[in-house]
Design a protein around this ligand. Structure first.
Ligand SMILES: [Zn+2]
Length: 410
């Protein structure tokens, strides 16, 4: 998991930050110079994002008074000088990572960072590292050395983002350093109780070893490449919208809306959540390590497939839950067509009190709304289901109504 030396992590941290500002945050504008693409950088924007670090190190700009990759490398060399040579050349170890985490947590606390230093996922660690970094006055040598250490932490978070691997059982990201995601892992890191972890693990094995297989293209869509990374980092750190941000969010909401099997897990209001709340919900309930907005649409589709498959593979409580969701969905559709509760119950072969129970438990808010609307405006109500059946059968001169009436005759 941990690779390279401490100095290399600091270097990765600084260069990733530089590239995120120039390419991801719009501080740089690509221009064509003699056939090669170079980035023209807005110095004020760049210095604001780097908290004046290059200027404080005496690097004002290199080449046509612009902050470019050459000046960034010069800054990196000076940052490395702030870390003692012995530390700089030492390999990143678990022990160093833990000591660094302690240091970051202490600094975050002292600086009064809201929420402290959050290392629960690579992207929260990245965000927290930058928050700590941006609070130091790099004009002060002492604080400059601290800032260099936060860049080590930043670099480690970037490496962890790039090294995320897919869960061996499903479509989620695995817990960093493990083979399985929190939903299937039996490790403590998953955050579930021992009993839940045991069941989750067995469920993952059972479902993933059935004939169901996730198509290989998931890997491609969900992955993050070097080209996309600067934009993703800029979005995380400064909220810079991605070029297709709005479209992506709409697509995610539509995907949730059209896959009702995912509603119980993601929440019935998920398709109506806006902006950050939508992504928070998906992180919380679907995949806590996902940070790439465009990966959600395929993940939701996979979740839908997975849940349906799980219901088939694992009959019992979970299967019952899925069957109930189906019925609620069918009932909601009938209510949308204007049918009243009694007719819906009859059509689905259930008791009207079952529908009342769903509503009382808050399991069918949409159905509740539609039924209440129907009561408020009985004039618009469609012809009763029973009277419709009677009429149809009367037309066909059928001698009597059939004993079981589960489906509406066409
Ligand atoms: Zn999994």
């Amino acid at each position: 998991m941990l690779r390279g030396t401490i100095g290399e992590a600091a270097y990765t941290g600084w260069i990733s930050l530089h590239v995120a500002i120039v390419r991801g945050d719009g501080a740089g504008r690509a221009i064509n110079q003699g056939g090669t693409k170079i980035f023209k950088v807005n110095a004020a924007h760049y210095l604001r994002r780097t908290c004046n670090l290059p200027a404080n190190l005496g690097i004002h700009a290199i080449g046509r008074e612009r902050y470019n990759i050459e000046s960034a490398k010069a800054v990196a060399d000076l940052i490395l000088m702030c870390i003692p040579a012995k530390t700089r050349g030492a390999p990143l170890s678990e022990g160093y990572a833990l000591a660094l985490l302690d240091f970051m947590e202490e600094k975050a606390r002292k600086l009064g960072l809201p929420g402290g230093f959050d290392a629960s996922t690579p992207f929260t660690a990245l965000k927290s590292s930058y928050s700590v970094f941006s609070r130091f006055d790099t004009n002060d040598l002492h604080q400059l050395c601290y800032a260099a250490l936060t860049l080590v932490s930043f670099g480690m978070a970037v490496s962890a983002l790039m090294q995320l691997t897919r869960c061996k059982r499903c479509f989620r990201w695995a817990i960093p350093g493990y083979e399985l995601c929190p939903e299937h892992s039996s490790s403590k890191e998953s955050g579930y109780s021992l009993e839940a972890r045991r069941l989750n693990y067995l469920r993952g094995v059972r479902v993933s070893e059935s004939p169901f297989r996730s198509p290989p293209r998931m890997r491609k869509v969900a992955g993050i490449n070097v080209r996309r990374l600067p934009r993703v980092i800029a979005r995380l750190l400064w909220g810079t919208p991605l070029p297709n941000e709005e479209r992506t969010a709409t697509l995610i909401r539509n995907t949730v809306r059209s896959n009702p099997d995912v509603w119980p897990l993601l929440g019935y209001d998920c398709a109506d959540l806006q902006g950050g709340a939508l992504y928070d919900r998906l992180n919380e309930r679907l995949d806590r390590y996902e940070f790439n907005p465009s990966a959600w649409v395929p993940k939701i589709k996979f979740l839908d497939k997975w849940l349906r498959h799980e219901a088939l593979m694992l009959p019992g409580r979970r299967g019952d839950g899925v069957r109930k969701e189906r019925r609620i969905r069918d009932a909601t559709n009938l209510a949308r067509e204007g049918f009243i509760q009694a007719d819906i119950a009859m059509s689905l072969g259930i008791r009207p009190s079952t529908i009342s129970n769903w509503i009382r438990r808050g399991q069918a808010p949409e159905l509740q709304r539609l039924l209440a609307e129907g009561r408020a405006s009985p004039g618009d109500r469609k012809e009763s289901f029973v009277s419709r059946i009677k009429r149809v059968f009367a037309q066909q001169l059928s001698p009597s109504l059939p004993a079981t009436r589960r489906k509406e005759p066409r």
